[in-house]
Design a protein around this ligand. Structure first.
Ligand SMILES: C[S@@+](CC[C@H](N)C(=O)[O-])C[C@H]1O[C@@H](n2cnc3c(N)ncnc32)[C@H](O)[C@@H]1O
Length: 344
């Protein structure tokens, strides 16, 4: 990772982590991810959160932003400057794709709601616990022709997941056609992230059915947005993103409110996904507009692992472990948990 004072390497408990290579004083800026690879602003906040800098209108005592995309729609900006920067950044080069995509998602969501109203039998997907069964379910979904797929409306979270997924496909399309891939934040880097698909499906049996519904939905979008069609011809790209969405993304929160701040959406910062969790973290994250920055919170010794917290570390040990197990699918191995569990 350049001249920075840490490296990525295997941890003793499995997977990879980031480790200091020299003494690092408290307050050091370790890493900056200038922009997410993929992100979504919850649909209900679309007019209230700037599509470029993620500024929240309520923080500026406004009820909504009113600067829109020149071509297409579905993205609002807090200023013309943000809209211009978004265009300059490259995303604007596919402004028409983004606009067409947003319009297609909204239109399809509405039509599916209506068409599904007449259906009586919901899709049934058996609980899947092995990789083979998971692969077979996806292969069957791929074989089904788009028009044969059952019509099932998506709920709000699934529609937001569709938008997150499509933002990844737009980024991939841009990187492929314009060679815009940012260092450590490209498609190849995304594929290196931990794949949580099987753990997620095992932990929540309804998730596979949900992912297959999302796949059926985005395949229908391909016809309206030809630029994305190559990535929807098979399930591979969709699966790759969904498998890494869970467990590798950051909640996007409003910045000004103290205490319980509103979650406005979520984003994937690929290079930042190697920070493991510790209930007594030595690194804190801070969002500055689109960028995510990581600072040490105390002096760190060489070879010490650099960790953030994924949850509220003020909670009691049992609650923290429950939350990490339920929502992050791992049993925390940090020293604080060990100490508080009375194991040492
Ligand atoms: C965002 S990823 C971090 C990078 C990951 N270790 C890798 O190799 O890609 C989160 C995953 O790291 C592992 N992890 C993170 N913090 C952990 C901890 N305190 N105890 C055990 N496993 C942890 C878990 O497997 C978790 O699902």
């Amino acid at each position: 990772m350049g001249s920075i004072p840490f490296i990525r390497k295997a941890t003793w408990y499995g997977g990879r982590g980031l480790f200091a290579t020299e003494p690092i004083p408290a307050g050091t800026l370790l890493h900056t991810c200038p922009a997410p690879y993929a992100s979504v602003i919850y649909r209900i906040f679309r007019k209230e959160v700037c599509g470029h800098c993620f500024a929240y209108a309520f923080d500026a005592r406004r009820s909504a932003w009113n600067i829109k995309l020149a071509v297409g729609g579905g993205v609002w900006f807090c200023s013309e400057q943000c809209r211009d920067e978004w265009v300059r950044d490259g995303v604007g080069n596919v402004g028409e794709v983004v606009g067409a995509m947003n319009a297609a998602v909204d239109k399809l969501a509405k039509s599916m709601d209506k068409r599904a109203a007449g259906q009586t039998s919901p899709e049934v997907v058996a609980a899947v616990t092995t990789q083979d069964a998971l692969d077979s379910a996806w292969a069957a979904a791929e074989r089904a022709s788009v028009s044969d797929q059952p019509i099932q409306p998506l709920n709000e979270l699934e529609l937001d997941t569709v938008r997150f997924l499509l933002s990844a496909l737009v980024r991939r399309h841009l990187d492929d056609t314009m060679r815009t891939a940012a260092p450590l934040n490209g498609w190849a880097d995304l594929l290196e992230l931990q794949d949580n698909e099987l753990a997620y499906v095992r932990g929540r049996p309804h998730v596979l059915a949900s992912h297959l519904r999302i796949f059926a939905f985005v395949r229908r979008i391909a016809a309206a947005v030809p630029a994305l069609a190559p990535y929807l011809a098979t399930a591979a790209t969709v699966r790759a993103v969904l498998a890494r969405d869970q467990g590798n993304v950051f909640g996007m929160y409003e910045l000004s409110t103290q205490g319980d701040s509103e979650m406005l959406g979520w984003s994937m910062y690929v290079s930042a996904s190697y920070f493991n969790h510790d209930c007594a973290p030595n690194v804190r994250k801070e969002r500055l507009g689109r960028a995510m920055m990581f600072y040490t919170t105390r002096d760190v010794s060489p070879d010490e692992e650099l960790c953030i917290s994924y949850i509220d570390v003020a909670d009691a040990v049992a609650d923290r472990r429950k939350e990490l197990s339920l929502n992050w699918y791992f049993d925390c191995v940090c020293k604080r948990c060990e100490r508080e569990l009375g194991n040492i």
